[in-house]
Design a protein around this ligand. Structure first.
Ligand SMILES: Cc1ncc(COP(=O)(O)O)c(C=O)c1O
Length: 486
Protein backbone atom coordinates (compact mmCIF):
# COMPACT_ATOMS: atom_id res chain seq x y z
CA UNK A 1 0.00 0.00 0.00
CA UNK A 2 1.54 3.29 -1.11
CA UNK A 3 1.61 5.97 1.52
CA UNK A 4 0.10 9.31 0.43
CA UNK A 5 0.33 12.03 3.03
CA UNK A 6 0.34 15.06 0.75
CA UNK A 7 -2.34 17.15 -0.99
CA UNK A 8 -1.99 19.63 -3.86
CA UNK A 9 -2.03 23.27 -2.85
CA UNK A 10 -5.34 24.70 -4.04
CA UNK A 11 -3.99 28.24 -3.83
CA UNK A 12 -0.94 27.55 -5.99
CA UNK A 13 -0.69 29.03 -9.48
CA UNK A 14 0.38 25.59 -10.70
CA UNK A 15 -2.61 23.54 -11.80
CA UNK A 16 -3.76 20.74 -9.52
CA UNK A 17 -3.18 18.04 -12.09
CA UNK A 18 0.39 19.28 -12.74
CA UNK A 19 1.15 19.25 -8.99
CA UNK A 20 -0.09 15.66 -8.78
CA UNK A 21 2.01 14.59 -11.78
CA UNK A 22 5.08 16.21 -10.19
CA UNK A 23 4.38 14.56 -6.82
CA UNK A 24 4.04 11.09 -8.32
CA UNK A 25 7.12 11.60 -10.53
CA UNK A 26 9.14 12.64 -7.50
CA UNK A 27 8.03 9.57 -5.53
CA UNK A 28 8.97 7.30 -8.45
CA UNK A 29 12.15 9.21 -9.28
CA UNK A 30 13.59 9.06 -5.79
CA UNK A 31 12.78 5.37 -5.40
CA UNK A 32 10.14 5.66 -2.69
CA UNK A 33 7.61 4.11 -5.06
CA UNK A 34 9.21 1.32 -7.00
CA UNK A 35 8.56 -0.42 -10.29
CA UNK A 36 5.80 -3.00 -10.05
CA UNK A 37 3.92 -1.28 -7.26
CA UNK A 38 0.23 -0.68 -7.74
CA UNK A 39 -1.26 2.79 -7.48
CA UNK A 40 -4.46 3.25 -5.50
CA UNK A 41 -7.65 3.32 -7.60
CA UNK A 42 -8.73 6.58 -9.25
CA UNK A 43 -11.45 6.97 -6.65
CA UNK A 44 -9.01 6.50 -3.77
CA UNK A 45 -6.51 8.90 -5.33
CA UNK A 46 -9.24 11.51 -5.77
CA UNK A 47 -10.15 11.08 -2.08
CA UNK A 48 -6.57 11.25 -0.87
CA UNK A 49 -5.64 14.29 -2.96
CA UNK A 50 -9.07 15.87 -2.38
CA UNK A 51 -9.60 16.61 -6.08
CA UNK A 52 -12.14 15.61 -8.73
CA UNK A 53 -11.71 12.28 -10.42
CA UNK A 54 -11.26 14.07 -13.78
CA UNK A 55 -8.09 15.72 -12.39
CA UNK A 56 -6.75 12.27 -11.49
CA UNK A 57 -7.58 10.91 -14.95
CA UNK A 58 -5.70 13.81 -16.55
CA UNK A 59 -2.64 13.28 -14.31
CA UNK A 60 -2.57 9.51 -14.89
CA UNK A 61 -2.88 10.01 -18.64
CA UNK A 62 0.21 12.15 -18.63
CA UNK A 63 2.18 9.67 -16.50
CA UNK A 64 1.11 6.91 -18.91
CA UNK A 65 2.21 8.96 -21.87
CA UNK A 66 5.59 9.45 -20.18
CA UNK A 67 5.89 5.67 -19.88
CA UNK A 68 6.01 5.69 -16.07
CA UNK A 69 2.77 3.84 -15.36
CA UNK A 70 0.56 1.36 -17.14
CA UNK A 71 -3.11 0.66 -16.56
CA UNK A 72 -4.58 -2.80 -17.19
CA UNK A 73 -8.28 -3.06 -16.59
CA UNK A 74 -8.29 -5.85 -13.98
CA UNK A 75 -4.81 -5.47 -12.52
CA UNK A 76 -5.13 -1.74 -11.85
CA UNK A 77 -2.49 0.86 -12.56
CA UNK A 78 1.12 -0.05 -11.87
CA UNK A 79 4.43 1.73 -11.96
CA UNK A 80 6.37 0.30 -14.91
CA UNK A 81 9.39 2.50 -15.19
CA UNK A 82 11.68 4.99 -13.52
CA UNK A 83 14.89 6.76 -14.41
CA UNK A 84 16.86 4.37 -12.22
CA UNK A 85 15.72 1.30 -14.09
CA UNK A 86 16.11 3.05 -17.43
CA UNK A 87 19.68 4.00 -16.67
CA UNK A 88 20.62 0.75 -14.97
CA UNK A 89 18.81 -1.97 -16.82
CA UNK A 90 21.29 -4.47 -15.39
CA UNK A 91 19.83 -3.99 -11.94
CA UNK A 92 16.68 -5.76 -10.81
CA UNK A 93 13.72 -3.82 -12.17
CA UNK A 94 11.46 -4.39 -9.19
CA UNK A 95 11.96 -5.00 -5.49
CA UNK A 96 8.64 -6.80 -5.18
CA UNK A 97 9.96 -10.39 -5.47
CA UNK A 98 12.65 -9.56 -2.90
CA UNK A 99 10.16 -7.99 -0.51
CA UNK A 100 7.98 -11.05 -0.73
CA UNK A 101 10.79 -13.53 -0.20
CA UNK A 102 12.19 -12.38 3.16
CA UNK A 103 11.72 -14.85 6.03
CA UNK A 104 10.17 -12.31 8.42
CA UNK A 105 6.44 -11.97 7.84
CA UNK A 106 4.95 -8.50 7.37
CA UNK A 107 2.93 -7.07 10.24
CA UNK A 108 -0.78 -7.86 10.40
CA UNK A 109 -2.52 -5.46 8.02
CA UNK A 110 -4.53 -3.88 10.83
CA UNK A 111 -1.32 -3.21 12.76
CA UNK A 112 0.33 -1.70 9.69
CA UNK A 113 -2.58 0.71 9.46
CA UNK A 114 -2.40 1.48 13.21
CA UNK A 115 1.34 2.15 12.94
CA UNK A 116 0.74 4.66 10.16
CA UNK A 117 -2.41 6.30 11.51
CA UNK A 118 -0.80 6.97 14.90
CA UNK A 119 1.24 9.76 13.38
CA UNK A 120 -1.59 11.50 11.54
CA UNK A 121 -2.93 14.78 12.87
CA UNK A 122 -6.27 14.91 14.65
CA UNK A 123 -6.48 11.22 15.40
CA UNK A 124 -7.83 10.11 18.75
CA UNK A 125 -5.69 7.19 19.85
CA UNK A 126 -7.93 5.02 22.03
CA UNK A 127 -5.78 1.90 21.77
CA UNK A 128 -2.21 3.11 22.15
CA UNK A 129 -0.24 1.18 24.76
CA UNK A 130 2.06 3.99 25.68
CA UNK A 131 2.17 6.90 28.11
CA UNK A 132 0.71 10.16 26.88
CA UNK A 133 3.22 12.93 26.10
CA UNK A 134 1.27 14.87 28.80
CA UNK A 135 2.69 12.43 31.36
CA UNK A 136 6.32 12.81 30.33
CA UNK A 137 8.40 14.13 33.26
CA UNK A 138 10.09 16.86 31.26
CA UNK A 139 11.83 18.72 34.08
CA UNK A 140 13.16 15.60 35.76
CA UNK A 141 14.41 14.27 32.44
CA UNK A 142 16.19 17.55 31.76
CA UNK A 143 18.10 17.14 35.01
CA UNK A 144 18.92 13.51 34.20
CA UNK A 145 20.22 14.42 30.76
CA UNK A 146 22.29 17.26 32.23
CA UNK A 147 23.95 14.96 34.77
CA UNK A 148 24.53 12.35 32.09
CA UNK A 149 26.08 14.87 29.71
CA UNK A 150 28.43 16.07 32.47
CA UNK A 151 29.53 12.54 33.30
CA UNK A 152 29.92 10.94 29.90
CA UNK A 153 33.54 10.22 29.10
CA UNK A 154 32.96 8.09 26.03
CA UNK A 155 30.17 6.65 23.92
CA UNK A 156 31.90 3.44 22.87
CA UNK A 157 30.31 0.06 22.33
CA UNK A 158 29.31 -1.46 25.64
CA UNK A 159 29.98 -5.00 26.93
CA UNK A 160 27.97 -7.82 25.30
CA UNK A 161 25.61 -8.02 28.29
CA UNK A 162 25.21 -4.23 28.42
CA UNK A 163 26.91 -1.53 30.49
CA UNK A 164 28.11 -2.80 33.85
CA UNK A 165 26.88 0.38 35.48
CA UNK A 166 23.30 -0.16 34.28
CA UNK A 167 23.37 -3.86 35.12
CA UNK A 168 24.46 -2.97 38.67
CA UNK A 169 21.62 -0.45 38.93
CA UNK A 170 19.09 -2.99 37.61
CA UNK A 171 20.42 -5.69 39.93
CA UNK A 172 19.80 -3.34 42.89
CA UNK A 173 16.42 -2.20 41.54
CA UNK A 174 15.18 -5.79 41.14
CA UNK A 175 15.73 -6.48 44.84
CA UNK A 176 12.62 -4.35 45.36
CA UNK A 177 10.68 -7.23 43.78
CA UNK A 178 12.62 -9.94 45.65
CA UNK A 179 14.64 -10.89 42.60
CA UNK A 180 18.18 -11.35 43.84
CA UNK A 181 20.60 -11.65 40.96
CA UNK A 182 24.05 -10.34 40.21
CA UNK A 183 24.79 -8.14 37.17
CA UNK A 184 26.20 -11.24 35.46
CA UNK A 185 22.71 -12.72 35.16
CA UNK A 186 21.30 -9.60 33.52
CA UNK A 187 21.28 -8.78 29.82
CA UNK A 188 20.44 -5.27 28.67
CA UNK A 189 18.35 -5.26 25.50
CA UNK A 190 16.88 -2.64 23.18
CA UNK A 191 13.37 -3.14 24.58
CA UNK A 192 11.61 -6.36 25.55
CA UNK A 193 10.62 -6.99 22.00
CA UNK A 194 14.27 -7.53 21.22
CA UNK A 195 14.51 -9.91 24.15
CA UNK A 196 11.77 -11.98 22.55
CA UNK A 197 13.56 -11.88 19.21
CA UNK A 198 16.82 -13.01 20.80
CA UNK A 199 15.09 -15.85 22.62
CA UNK A 200 13.41 -16.88 19.41
CA UNK A 201 16.67 -16.86 17.44
CA UNK A 202 18.97 -18.28 20.07
CA UNK A 203 17.40 -20.90 22.25
CA UNK A 204 14.34 -22.35 20.52
CA UNK A 205 14.27 -25.42 18.32
CA UNK A 206 12.33 -25.13 15.05
CA UNK A 207 9.04 -26.97 15.36
CA UNK A 208 8.67 -26.23 19.04
CA UNK A 209 5.49 -24.95 20.62
CA UNK A 210 5.02 -22.05 23.01
CA UNK A 211 2.08 -21.96 25.36
CA UNK A 212 0.64 -18.46 25.71
CA UNK A 213 -2.41 -16.84 27.25
CA UNK A 214 -5.44 -16.54 24.99
CA UNK A 215 -5.62 -13.65 24.07
CA UNK A 216 -2.08 -12.32 24.22
CA UNK A 217 0.00 -9.37 23.10
CA UNK A 218 2.45 -11.83 21.60
CA UNK A 219 -0.16 -13.08 19.14
CA UNK A 220 -0.06 -9.68 17.45
CA UNK A 221 3.61 -10.17 16.53
CA UNK A 222 5.46 -12.48 14.18
CA UNK A 223 8.47 -12.51 16.41
CA UNK A 224 8.59 -16.30 16.78
CA UNK A 225 7.22 -17.24 13.37
CA UNK A 226 10.43 -17.21 11.41
CA UNK A 227 12.07 -19.73 13.70
CA UNK A 228 9.36 -22.25 12.93
CA UNK A 229 7.81 -21.97 16.37
CA UNK A 230 4.05 -22.13 16.88
CA UNK A 231 1.77 -20.90 19.64
CA UNK A 232 -0.84 -22.76 21.56
CA UNK A 233 -3.41 -20.44 23.12
CA UNK A 234 -4.42 -21.28 26.71
CA UNK A 235 -7.64 -19.81 28.09
CA UNK A 236 -7.69 -17.49 31.08
CA UNK A 237 -10.05 -16.89 33.95
CA UNK A 238 -10.20 -13.88 36.25
CA UNK A 239 -6.89 -14.99 37.85
CA UNK A 240 -4.98 -15.48 34.63
CA UNK A 241 -3.83 -18.50 32.64
CA UNK A 242 -5.70 -21.74 33.50
CA UNK A 243 -3.45 -24.44 34.85
CA UNK A 244 -5.59 -27.42 33.88
CA UNK A 245 -5.62 -26.10 30.30
CA UNK A 246 -1.84 -25.94 30.34
CA UNK A 247 -1.70 -29.58 31.34
CA UNK A 248 -4.05 -30.54 28.53
CA UNK A 249 -1.90 -28.75 25.96
CA UNK A 250 1.55 -29.98 26.91
CA UNK A 251 3.09 -32.37 24.40
CA UNK A 252 6.57 -33.33 23.29
CA UNK A 253 6.88 -30.20 21.15
CA UNK A 254 6.17 -27.85 24.04
CA UNK A 255 9.28 -25.85 24.70
CA UNK A 256 8.15 -23.04 26.95
CA UNK A 257 5.39 -20.90 28.35
CA UNK A 258 5.13 -17.16 27.77
CA UNK A 259 3.05 -15.22 30.28
CA UNK A 260 2.21 -11.64 31.25
CA UNK A 261 0.98 -12.25 34.81
CA UNK A 262 0.92 -8.62 35.92
CA UNK A 263 -1.68 -6.36 34.27
CA UNK A 264 -1.86 -8.58 31.24
CA UNK A 265 -1.90 -7.13 27.73
CA UNK A 266 -4.65 -6.93 26.45
CA UNK A 267 -7.02 -8.03 29.24
CA UNK A 268 -5.51 -6.17 32.22
CA UNK A 269 -5.79 -9.34 34.38
CA UNK A 270 -3.56 -9.59 37.45
CA UNK A 271 -2.50 -13.09 38.49
CA UNK A 272 -2.73 -13.48 42.27
CA UNK A 273 0.03 -15.02 44.37
CA UNK A 274 -1.60 -18.45 44.77
CA UNK A 275 -1.86 -18.90 40.98
CA UNK A 276 1.75 -17.77 40.51
CA UNK A 277 2.92 -20.37 43.03
CA UNK A 278 0.91 -23.11 41.38
CA UNK A 279 2.07 -22.13 37.91
CA UNK A 280 5.70 -22.25 38.99
CA UNK A 281 5.16 -25.63 40.67
CA UNK A 282 3.52 -27.02 37.57
CA UNK A 283 6.24 -25.75 35.25
CA UNK A 284 8.94 -27.10 37.56
CA UNK A 285 7.23 -30.48 37.61
CA UNK A 286 6.65 -30.60 33.85
CA UNK A 287 10.08 -29.04 33.12
CA UNK A 288 8.66 -26.19 31.10
CA UNK A 289 10.70 -22.97 31.17
CA UNK A 290 8.72 -19.75 31.60
CA UNK A 291 9.20 -16.38 29.95
CA UNK A 292 7.72 -13.89 32.39
CA UNK A 293 7.01 -10.57 30.69
CA UNK A 294 6.69 -7.96 33.42
CA UNK A 295 6.35 -4.81 31.32
CA UNK A 296 3.52 -3.27 33.38
CA UNK A 297 4.64 -4.09 36.98
CA UNK A 298 5.28 -0.52 38.10
CA UNK A 299 1.86 0.68 36.96
CA UNK A 300 -0.21 -0.62 39.86
CA UNK A 301 -3.08 1.65 40.82
CA UNK A 302 -4.73 0.11 43.88
CA UNK A 303 -2.11 -1.97 45.64
CA UNK A 304 1.34 -3.36 45.03
CA UNK A 305 0.98 -6.52 42.91
CA UNK A 306 2.37 -9.90 44.02
CA UNK A 307 6.10 -10.35 43.43
CA UNK A 308 7.16 -11.71 40.05
CA UNK A 309 7.12 -15.47 39.50
CA UNK A 310 10.88 -15.11 39.10
CA UNK A 311 11.17 -14.13 42.77
CA UNK A 312 10.48 -17.74 43.81
CA UNK A 313 12.38 -19.40 41.00
CA UNK A 314 14.96 -21.60 42.73
CA UNK A 315 15.79 -23.70 39.68
CA UNK A 316 16.44 -20.95 37.15
CA UNK A 317 13.53 -21.93 34.91
CA UNK A 318 12.15 -18.39 34.57
CA UNK A 319 13.47 -15.94 32.00
CA UNK A 320 12.31 -12.61 33.37
CA UNK A 321 11.82 -9.56 31.15
CA UNK A 322 11.50 -5.92 32.22
CA UNK A 323 11.38 -2.70 30.22
CA UNK A 324 11.40 1.06 30.58
CA UNK A 325 8.84 1.41 27.80
CA UNK A 326 5.60 1.43 29.74
CA UNK A 327 6.55 3.24 32.93
CA UNK A 328 9.29 5.59 31.75
CA UNK A 329 9.60 6.29 28.03
CA UNK A 330 9.15 3.87 25.14
CA UNK A 331 11.63 5.73 22.94
CA UNK A 332 14.56 5.10 25.30
CA UNK A 333 14.41 1.48 24.04
CA UNK A 334 15.92 -0.17 27.08
CA UNK A 335 14.83 -3.43 28.64
CA UNK A 336 16.47 -6.30 30.53
CA UNK A 337 16.39 -10.05 30.71
CA UNK A 338 17.21 -11.92 33.90
CA UNK A 339 18.23 -15.52 33.33
CA UNK A 340 20.86 -18.09 34.30
CA UNK A 341 24.29 -16.89 33.22
CA UNK A 342 24.67 -19.45 30.42
CA UNK A 343 21.42 -18.22 28.85
CA UNK A 344 22.42 -14.57 29.26
CA UNK A 345 25.80 -15.32 27.62
CA UNK A 346 24.07 -17.01 24.69
CA UNK A 347 21.54 -14.21 24.21
CA UNK A 348 24.28 -11.58 24.61
CA UNK A 349 26.43 -13.29 22.00
CA UNK A 350 23.58 -13.21 19.49
CA UNK A 351 22.77 -9.63 20.45
CA UNK A 352 26.35 -8.60 19.65
CA UNK A 353 25.94 -10.14 16.23
CA UNK A 354 22.65 -8.32 15.80
CA UNK A 355 23.37 -4.73 16.84
CA UNK A 356 26.56 -4.56 18.96
CA UNK A 357 24.53 -3.61 22.00
CA UNK A 358 21.78 -1.22 23.04
CA UNK A 359 22.36 2.53 22.69
CA UNK A 360 24.98 3.52 25.24
CA UNK A 361 23.40 6.93 25.74
CA UNK A 362 20.07 5.29 26.62
CA UNK A 363 21.87 3.02 29.05
CA UNK A 364 23.47 6.02 30.78
CA UNK A 365 20.10 7.79 30.97
CA UNK A 366 18.28 4.75 32.37
CA UNK A 367 20.95 4.14 35.00
CA UNK A 368 20.89 7.77 36.11
CA UNK A 369 17.07 7.95 36.05
CA UNK A 370 16.77 5.00 38.42
CA UNK A 371 19.83 5.70 40.59
CA UNK A 372 19.01 9.38 41.15
CA UNK A 373 15.71 8.41 42.80
CA UNK A 374 13.72 10.45 40.27
CA UNK A 375 12.10 7.28 38.96
CA UNK A 376 10.49 6.47 42.32
CA UNK A 377 9.24 10.04 42.80
CA UNK A 378 7.86 10.14 39.28
CA UNK A 379 6.15 6.74 39.63
CA UNK A 380 4.18 7.97 42.63
CA UNK A 381 2.81 10.90 40.63
CA UNK A 382 2.30 8.78 37.54
CA UNK A 383 0.15 6.26 39.41
CA UNK A 384 -2.08 9.04 40.71
CA UNK A 385 -2.51 10.46 37.21
CA UNK A 386 -3.21 7.06 35.70
CA UNK A 387 -5.73 6.39 38.43
CA UNK A 388 -7.64 9.51 37.43
CA UNK A 389 -7.50 8.45 33.80
CA UNK A 390 -8.79 4.99 34.68
CA UNK A 391 -11.71 6.49 36.64
CA UNK A 392 -12.62 8.81 33.81
CA UNK A 393 -12.47 6.03 31.24
CA UNK A 394 -14.67 3.80 33.42
CA UNK A 395 -17.18 6.61 33.98
CA UNK A 396 -17.37 7.34 30.27
CA UNK A 397 -17.83 3.66 29.52
CA UNK A 398 -20.66 3.52 32.06
CA UNK A 399 -22.26 6.50 30.35
CA UNK A 400 -22.04 5.38 26.73
CA UNK A 401 -21.54 1.62 26.76
CA UNK A 402 -23.68 0.36 29.64
CA UNK A 403 -26.08 -1.55 27.42
CA UNK A 404 -23.62 -2.28 24.67
CA UNK A 405 -20.61 -3.96 26.26
CA UNK A 406 -19.07 -5.40 29.40
CA UNK A 407 -15.57 -4.73 30.71
CA UNK A 408 -13.09 -5.37 33.52
CA UNK A 409 -11.83 -2.85 36.07
CA UNK A 410 -8.04 -3.12 35.77
CA UNK A 411 -5.98 -2.89 38.95
CA UNK A 412 -3.07 -1.46 37.00
CA UNK A 413 -1.47 -1.19 33.59
CA UNK A 414 -3.14 0.63 30.72
CA UNK A 415 -5.93 -1.55 29.42
CA UNK A 416 -9.65 -2.10 29.64
CA UNK A 417 -10.80 -5.14 27.68
CA UNK A 418 -14.15 -4.17 26.28
CA UNK A 419 -16.43 -7.01 25.19
CA UNK A 420 -19.21 -6.01 22.80
CA UNK A 421 -22.60 -7.59 23.25
CA UNK A 422 -23.51 -7.57 19.57
CA UNK A 423 -21.60 -9.62 17.05
CA UNK A 424 -20.67 -6.88 14.64
CA UNK A 425 -18.09 -7.02 11.87
CA UNK A 426 -14.96 -5.97 13.78
CA UNK A 427 -12.89 -5.18 10.69
CA UNK A 428 -15.68 -2.91 9.46
CA UNK A 429 -15.69 -1.27 12.86
CA UNK A 430 -11.93 -0.71 12.73
CA UNK A 431 -12.07 0.92 9.29
CA UNK A 432 -15.12 3.01 10.13
CA UNK A 433 -13.37 4.27 13.25
CA UNK A 434 -10.29 5.18 11.19
CA UNK A 435 -12.46 7.15 8.79
CA UNK A 436 -13.93 9.02 11.72
CA UNK A 437 -10.57 9.88 13.26
CA UNK A 438 -10.64 7.22 16.00
CA UNK A 439 -7.89 4.65 16.28
CA UNK A 440 -8.75 1.45 18.16
CA UNK A 441 -6.95 -1.82 18.78
CA UNK A 442 -9.52 -4.46 17.83
CA UNK A 443 -9.36 -7.66 19.86
CA UNK A 444 -8.83 -9.91 16.83
CA UNK A 445 -5.16 -8.89 16.58
CA UNK A 446 -4.49 -10.53 19.96
CA UNK A 447 -6.63 -13.62 19.77
CA UNK A 448 -6.62 -17.10 18.35
CA UNK A 449 -10.32 -17.15 17.61
CA UNK A 450 -12.88 -14.61 16.49
CA UNK A 451 -13.76 -12.17 19.23
CA UNK A 452 -15.80 -9.03 19.72
CA UNK A 453 -13.39 -7.21 22.00
CA UNK A 454 -11.62 -3.89 21.82
CA UNK A 455 -8.52 -3.02 23.84
CA UNK A 456 -9.12 0.44 25.26
CA UNK A 457 -6.11 2.23 26.68
CA UNK A 458 -6.58 5.07 29.15
CA UNK A 459 -2.90 6.00 29.13
CA UNK A 460 -2.48 7.89 25.88
CA UNK A 461 -5.30 10.16 24.69
CA UNK A 462 -5.88 13.48 26.48
CA UNK A 463 -8.78 13.36 28.94
CA UNK A 464 -10.88 15.42 26.55
CA UNK A 465 -10.11 13.10 23.64
CA UNK A 466 -10.71 10.03 25.76
CA UNK A 467 -14.29 11.07 26.43
CA UNK A 468 -14.92 12.35 22.91
CA UNK A 469 -13.33 9.28 21.34
CA UNK A 470 -15.28 6.81 23.46
CA UNK A 471 -18.52 8.65 22.75
CA UNK A 472 -17.85 8.55 19.00
CA UNK A 473 -16.86 4.89 19.25
CA UNK A 474 -20.14 4.05 20.94
CA UNK A 475 -22.04 5.83 18.14
CA UNK A 476 -20.14 3.93 15.46
CA UNK A 477 -20.75 0.60 17.22
CA UNK A 478 -24.44 1.44 17.53
CA UNK A 479 -24.69 2.29 13.83
CA UNK A 480 -23.08 -1.06 12.92
CA UNK A 481 -25.21 -2.97 15.44
CA UNK A 482 -28.38 -1.42 13.99
CA UNK A 483 -27.43 -2.67 10.55
CA UNK A 484 -26.52 -6.20 11.64
CA UNK A 485 -28.88 -9.12 12.10
CA UNK A 486 -27.82 -10.04 15.62
C1 LIG B 1 3.54 -7.27 27.36
C2 LIG B 1 4.47 -6.47 26.52
N1 LIG B 1 5.73 -6.88 26.38
C3 LIG B 1 6.60 -6.20 25.63
C4 LIG B 1 6.23 -5.05 24.95
C5 LIG B 1 7.24 -4.34 24.12
O1 LIG B 1 8.05 -3.59 24.93
P1 LIG B 1 9.34 -2.83 24.47
O2 LIG B 1 8.93 -1.45 24.07
O3 LIG B 1 10.20 -2.85 25.69
O4 LIG B 1 9.97 -3.56 23.34
C6 LIG B 1 4.92 -4.60 25.06
C7 LIG B 1 4.48 -3.43 24.31
O5 LIG B 1 3.33 -3.15 24.11
C8 LIG B 1 4.03 -5.32 25.86
O6 LIG B 1 2.76 -4.94 26.02
Amino acid sequence: MLNIDWKPDKKSCISMYRQIVNYIKEKIGNGEWTVGEKLPSQRELAEKFEVNRSTIVEALDELKADGLIEGKSKKGTRIINNTWSLMASMLPGSWEPYIKSGIHKPNLHTIQIINKMEYKDNIIRLGTGELSPELFPKDMMKKVFKTVSNNITSLSYEMAKGSLKLRKVISKYLKKFHINVSPDSILIVSGSLQALQLISMSILKPGSKILVEKPSYIKSLHVFDFSGVSFSGISMDADGIKLNEILKNIDRNTSLLYTIPTFHNPTGILMPQYRRNKLLDLCNKERIPIIEDDAYRELWLDEIPPYPIKAKDENGIVLYMGTTSKSMAAGIRIGWVVAPETVVERLGDVKMQTDYGASSISQYVTAEWIESGFYEIYLKELREKLKIRREIALNVLEKYFFNMASWNVPKGGFYIWLKLKNKIDMKKLFYKCCKNGILINPGYIYDFTKNYNIRISYSYASLYDLELGLKKLSQIIRSLSDSCYC
